[in-house]
Design a binder for this molecule. Structure first.
Ligand SMILES: C[S@@+](CC[C@H](N)C(=O)[O-])C[C@H]1O[C@@H](n2cnc3c(N)ncnc32)[C@H](O)[C@@H]1O
Length: 185
């Protein structure tokens, strides 16, 4: 595993309820997700965002959670069963070079990559895969931690996203993060 990838045991810390005080997942995501949506959590870890996403899409919706680390996905599956949303969730273990979501082309209404892109070896490829997965007018919330990512680096990632074809809709304010809401025109 590359040094820049967060260790699997940090998954428990990332999923701790305390984190909601700074980053409340339902409040962050509810403007973009509606009942019945199909959504993607790319780099989900143990599901701090995936589980609230499952509540927001409701019984008729679908959440696809993808992570590089099998142990993260194992933790997420257990947590999904505990809160009774496992039937509307699909989990995938991907590779460092690909999210393995080619089959989802133009199926995703909303995608999230929260604190992930700085760990990915090829951000352009990652962003391209997210772009391909989105339906026309689909939204993508890209968020990176201010503790690990400079404003310059985040702007560089945004420039890559624009080159791929995303346009910037807004810059949501999320504590301890650089964030941009992107759309596939
Ligand atoms: C800092 S954690 C953030 C997790 C989650 N999005 C959150 O905010 O709680 C980054 C996650 O991205 C995953 N990751 C790193 N590189 C990845 C890649 N190339 N493809 C998919 N997931 C990756 C890691 O395994 C880890 O679970």
């Amino acid at each position: 595993m590359s040094e820049r990838v967060c260790p699997w045991w940090l998954g428990y810390v990332l999923a701790a309820p305390m984190r909601k005080l700074a980053q409340n997942p339902s409040r962050i995501l509810s403007p973009y997700i509606k009942q019945g949506d199909t959504v993607l959590d790319a780099g989900s870890a143990m599901g701090f965002f995936s589980l609230p996403m499952a509540h927001l899409v409701g019984e008729t919706g679908h959440v696809v959670s993808v992570d590089l680390q099998e142990k993260m996905i194992r933790g997420l599956k257990k947590r999904a069963v505990k809160v009774g949303v496992e039937k509307r969730m699909e989990t995938r273990v991907c590779t460092a070079r690909s999210l393995c979501i080619d089959d989802l082309a133009e199926k995703i209404d909303f995608a999230l990559a929260f604190a992930v892109v700085h760990e990915v070896p090829d951000p352009a490829r990652f962003l391209n895969e997210v772009h391909s997965s989105l339906r026309k007018s689909g939204l993508f919330l890209l968020s990176e931690p201010t503790g690990h990512v400079t404003t310059e680096l985040f702007n560089g990632t945004l420039a890559v996203a624009r080159d791929i074809g995303f346009h910037v809709v807004s810059f949501p304010v999320i504590r301890r993060s650089h964030s941009a809401l992107l759309a596939k025109p």
